[in-house]
Design a protein around this ligand. Structure first.
Ligand code: UT7
Length: 335
């Protein structure tokens, strides 16, 4: 029987569009009945990045992947599998992962997309982890990339203020000799499809009206029942943190050094921190600059946390996500 390999994060990268849009600019340009003050106090968001002409989930994902390769000191030919999490793919077919593969110039390797909304990156991390852990791949590229600005109903102030565009990527590998305290310790994935109507992004092939909605609306826009999702997010984030604290004890790990939550609303994070008694100093937050970038939010925050010294090799991280599906997920790892 093959023994399982220990899988580490060997490199990270991110790519944000150059165009940064402040709350005031958004409200003015869309003539929305909202304000910088409302958005800041209800969400913590101050600005977000919107893709420019020619920028797509594939181009942003490719650039994030290039930077992750560079930080890992690897060449595109050394990647053995690409897994891309996105709900805003360039095309329904082929997968955005194939477009990234072509742009990077990789060998013929498996490349596919995975859809789990804001939990997408952690779902993709779990799949990449298993590829490397079982020896099916030596190096796995895991990308989260979104252009949500093209899927927003720009007349709906309850949702369009939340989202932004961007991409993040990590390279997973199994070094021959690695400290057993390092690497991915545990990933937990959950879904509850019975609450699918709370966040939806229909497409051209969605039956009209989509399940759970009685009124036909324009297709391909994000629909969000914000208040319900808020409650779900707080409850699940608390559960995930408490579960991870038990996992640390069970696995003989010290308490995690940094929590990197899905970036969507400062009030969700604050409520979860209050319930779990985690100080804000142990949490990475960058939603003020980027808003909610769905599958891209955690790898962007991870890359930024490493770059700014919020975490460093040897630190134990807890990543937690929640979103459409409904889905929720966590990953406990040591850098
Ligand atoms: O990535 C997937 C996960 N997504 C989320 O986690 C989203 C979670 N939800 C949220 O972050 C929040 O629910 C929102 C930011 C979307 C909304 O904040 P809220 O505090 O839950 O507001 P609400 O929906 O309860 O609405 C309160 C009031 C309403 O007015 P009335 O009915 O009280 O008169 C809304 O019409 O705020 C109004 N409102 C706004 N006012 C100004 C909603 N959006 C806006 C806005 N500007 N942008």
């Amino acid at each position: 029987m093959n023994t399982l390999c220990r899988v580490v994060i060997a490199g990270t990268g991110r790519c944000l569009p150059a165009r940064q849009v402040t709350n005031d600019e958004l409200a003015e340009s869309l003539q929305l009945d909202t304000s910088d003050e409302w958005i800041r106090t209800r969400t913590g968001i101050r600005s977000r990045c919107f893709a420019g002409p020619g920028e797509t989930a594939a181009t942003l994902g490719t650039e994030a992947a290039r930077r992750a390769l560079q930080s890992a000191g690897l060449r595109p030919e050394e990647i053995d599998v690409i897994i891309c999490a996105t709900v805003t793919p360039d095309l329904m077919c082929p997968a955005t992962a194939c477009l990234i593969q072509a742009a990077l110039g990789c060998r013929p390797i498996p490349a596919f997309d995975l859809s789990a909304a804001c939990s997408g990156f952690l779902y993709a991390l779990a799949v990449g982890h298993q590829f490397v852990q079982t020896g099916m791949a030596r190096q796995a590229l895991v990308v989260g990339t979104e252009v949500l600005s093209r899927a927003m109903d720009l007349t709906d102030r309850g949702s369009c203020i939340l989202f932004g565009d961007g991409a993040g990527a990590v390279l997973l590998s199994a070094p021959p000799s690695v400290n057993p305290q390092r690497g991915i310790h545990r990933i937990r994935l959950y879904a509850d499809g019975s609450r699918q109507e709370l966040i939806q992004v229909p497409s051209r092939v969605t039956p009209q009206p989509p399940p759970g909605l009685s009124v036909p609306q324009r297709l391909d826009f994000i629909r969000l029942v914000g208040r319900e999702v808020f409650r779900f997010a707080v409850t699940r984030m608390i559960e995930l943190i408490q579960q991870a604290e038990r996992d640390c004890q069970e696995l003989g790990l010290p308490p995690f050094d940094l929590l990197i939550p899905h970036q969507v609303n400062q009030r969700i994070i604050d409520a979860a921190l209050e319930a779990t008694h985690i100080p804000p100093s142990k949490v990475m937050v960058n939603l003020d600059k980027y808003g909610n970038t769905s599958a891209a939010s955690i790898p962007i925050a991870l890359d930024e946390a490493l770059e700014t010294g919020r975490c460093r090799p040897g630190d134990t991280l807890l990543l937690v996500a929640f979103g459409g599906g409904l889905t929720w997920s966590s990953a406990l790892l040591t850098l």
